[in-house]
Design a protein around this ligand. Structure first.
Ligand code: Z5A
Ligand code: MG
Length: 215
């Protein structure tokens, strides 16, 4: 790594069972094997106090009011921001499994409250802006071949379809570097594509300052 080059912020998003976590792990291994310093982040980060609350909520052990839980998901990202900036400035690339886009997509899919995309985005305005957002696209019928839904909250077809529509609205934002990937491919082919796009993003990120999301 050339002195002074920052790391890239690479986010993987997508519907349930699209393979985000599998691909994040493979990308981490490939980057490290090639000598690129990299660090993996997962949201929600379930280990913090806020993360433990979110985990209990997702496991349906506790109920939380919908606005409140949205703000907690956002706070769970903000609490990682000092560490994220430090690592990026040290030239370490961050591979992120879900980010603010999941936050917006899942809250706006909720019935009853009519959460606008704009309201949902506000708490995450100003987070470190990703250099690349890889959206792993997979049809619901294909996701079903990868096993049935788990028992966590939001794990049903109707909800996932609504969340997908919100993702599509968010992808219209041309100030962000979205790349849609066909997640029905096999794990290795998908990995090669993701690795290639990530290497390009790392090269480009080194030349420009870190920006703020949705500002
Ligand atoms: N949530 C929210 O509401 N607000 C927020 O701000 C945030 C999240 C950040 C927890 O997510 C929930 O939190 C989530 C959104 C909400 N609710 N839902 N749905 P999570 O990330 O903890 O969820 P997860 O349990 O990790 O599931 P996942 O992320 O949806 O799965 P995935 O990571 O995309 O897939 P995977 O674990 O890599 O693979 C799934 C299976 O498919 C596994 O058996 C693999 O071996 C297989 N697989 C993977 N790739 C392939 C290919 N290419 N071919 C065939 N089979 C494959
Ligand atoms: Mg996952």
């Amino acid at each position: 790594m050339a002195a002074g080059r920052r790391g890239a912020l690479i986010v993987l998003e997508g519907v349930d069972r699209a393979g985000k976590s599998t691909q994040c792990r493979k990308l981490m291994d490939a980057l490290r094997d090639s000598g690129q310093p990299a660090h993996l982040l997962t949201f929600p980060e379930r280990s913090t106090e806020i993360g433990k609350l979110l985990s209990s909520y997702l496991e349906k052990k506790i109920n939380l009011e919908d606005h409140t839980v949205h703000l907690l998901f956002s706070a769970n990202r903000w609490e990682q921001v000092p560490m994220m900036k430090e690592k990026l400035n040290q030239g370490i690339t961050l591979v992120v499994d879900r980010y603010a886009f999941s936050g917006v997509a899942f809250t706006s899919a909720k019935e009853g409250e009519n959460f606008s995309l704009d309201w949902c985005k506000q708490p995450d305005v100003g987070l470190p802006k990703p250099d690349l957002i890889l959206f792993l696209q997979l049809r619901t019928v294909e996701a079903a071949t990868r096993g049935s839904f788990g028992t966590e909250r939001y794990e049903n077809n109707a909800f996932q379809e609504k969340a997908l529509q919100s993702f599509h609205h968010l992808m219209k934002d041309t100030t962000l570097n979205w790349k849609t990937i066909d997640a029905s491919k096999n794990i290795e082919d998908l990995h090669k594509e993701i690795h290639y796009l990530s290497k390009e993003a790392i090269k480009e990120a080194g030349e420009k300052p870190l920006e703020e999301l949705w500002k």
